[in-house]
Design a protein around this ligand. Sequence first.
Ligand SMILES: Cc1cc2nc3c(=O)[nH]c(=O)nc-3n(C[C@H](O)[C@H](O)[C@H](O)COP(=O)(O)OP(=O)(O)OC[C@H]3O[C@@H](n4cnc5c(N)ncnc54)[C@H](O)[C@@H]3O)c2cc1C
Length: 551
Amino acid sequence: MNRPVLLVVDDDAQVLAALRRDLRGRYRESYTIISASSGEEALATIRELKARGDSLAMVISDQRMPGMQGTDVLAQSRDVYPLARRVMLTAYSDIDAAIRAINVAHLDHYLSKPWQPPEECLFPVIDDLFDAWQAEHLPEATGLRLVGHQWSPRSHAIKDFLAGNLIPYRWLDVTLDLDTQSLLDAAGIGASELPALFFEDGSALRDPEPRQVAERLGRALSATLDLYDLVIVGAGPAGLAAAVYGASEGLRTLLLDRHAPGGQAGSSSRIENYLGFPTGVTGSDLTRRAVMQAQRLGAELLVPIEVTGVSIDEGYKRLTLSDGREVLTRTMLAATGMEYREHPASGVADHTSAGVYYGAATTEAPAFRDRAVLVVGGGNSAGQAAMYLSRYAKDVQIVVRRDSLSPTMSRYLVEQIERTPNIRVRARTELERVEGNGHVERVVLTLEDGESLVEDIDAIFVFIGTRPRSDWLPARVLRDAKGFVLTGRELLSDAAYARTWKEPREPLPLETSVPGVFAAGDIRAGAMNRVASAVGEGSIAVRFIHEYLAQ
Ligand SMILES: Cc1cc2nc3c(=O)[nH]c(=O)nc-3n(C[C@H](O)[C@H](O)[C@H](O)COP(=O)(O)OP(=O)(O)OC[C@H]3O[C@@H](n4cnc5c(N)ncnc54)[C@H](O)[C@@H]3O)c2cc1C
């Protein structure tokens, strides 16, 4: 198979030669480095690569060129190779323009000239971008193939599990990919056994549970120790941060998640406000980095493992897992975050995972190429989903009850949405009913004046109201009226505090009403509902866990 390609574009022959030389010196074993001296030539090359079936891993383009500008080259390359990383090469004096262009051309990075020494200014950035590309890219002839029906909830569950756990796979819809029938026939797999997951060696799992997939892929599903210092339940940003700090500070740390690491943030198509990522970072990229970091520092990660209950046994915490096994620990961090509430409109429940999806925009978006989709909700998560869907769908409508998106959505997203021609905002509108035969076909909306409007729609992505995932915690862990967990001094004003807390000291910050049980992130009453605050709380919790253990 051909090596993946890195394309460098610059009209300045000297710069082009110097950059090609530095890149070849380091990457020629794994990548083919080619160049173009204009935007037009670069786009022609990209189309040729596509026609030959080659993989394009990265385009680095100078911004100022006669004719086509770098931003246009990078934006257009995305239509042909959506996964290829896009880097703008710019003079130091043009950095402001490069930063502005990041939103328009969806750049992954910018490099300023000169990039000397390359070991510090060039290679770390390129290494990182190649890693991110490798994690998403699947060569044509290899890897996992999932065969099923687009409208099957079982297929959606496996897709969601694979995507959430950053396992690259190819999705084959039996009704669209005619070749798949011969694949199924050859393996003797009938229609009732779908979805089927094919492995590289030709073997297949029929209608598997996520746990069977994890087992088959050699993922750890059993704890290795009899006793841990810290067990973290939930591997979203809060849990991952606690795992990094816990393990790095020598605590025997176990991290469990019922679905996939990353949590809500893992499903985000682009987090733009997390410190240190000037061009934004996808939820899957942030998760990949955090998981690698936590495991490198010694944390154990088990996925998919759900915690269903906790009992307290002379200060030890005994966690019950959904498969009946138990894990024993001295301290525990509840970091199970929130989930979206089900939309109450009629027909929604009947079509869940068959055209109605909760927070699954990045998993399902490619299936709705050139179709019409609806996003329900006015928060940042809805805005990000609409932007992501607009890359595939021909028509994206955002339905919100309020007058506009401004009160609930960050300005940068509102501006991006306004600039995107295939997104429409329907303000003062509600989803009334979902209709279809086995999958979503149309919706009935209630408009501001009370009139009903019927629209043909292929999928609905719901991002409304959230509820904490705290029902697995014992009743002794006090919560507010909505189910969010109370911690630290907030507990003191709760009516049940005196009955529950029997220690001679006050609860530590982030400690719940059960000594040694801590909570961080979105599950906590008063949480900020941001990636950065969840990460902050997960990290801080470890400091108080040490304090508790030292007592
Ligand atoms: C689509 C989307 C986009 C977003 N974009 C941004 C953004 O741009 N910027 C920003 O700052 N914030 C953003 N947010 C908000 C941010 O992602 C959350 O505030 C953050 O993820 C909360 O982290 P957490 O660790 O507390 O919980 P979560 O992220 O909710 O993670 C909780 C984890 O616990 C697991 N779990 C639940 N119950 C159990 C159980 N019983 N046993 C085992 N595991 C369990 C879940 O599977 C999940 O992985 C976004 C949210 C969404 C949904």
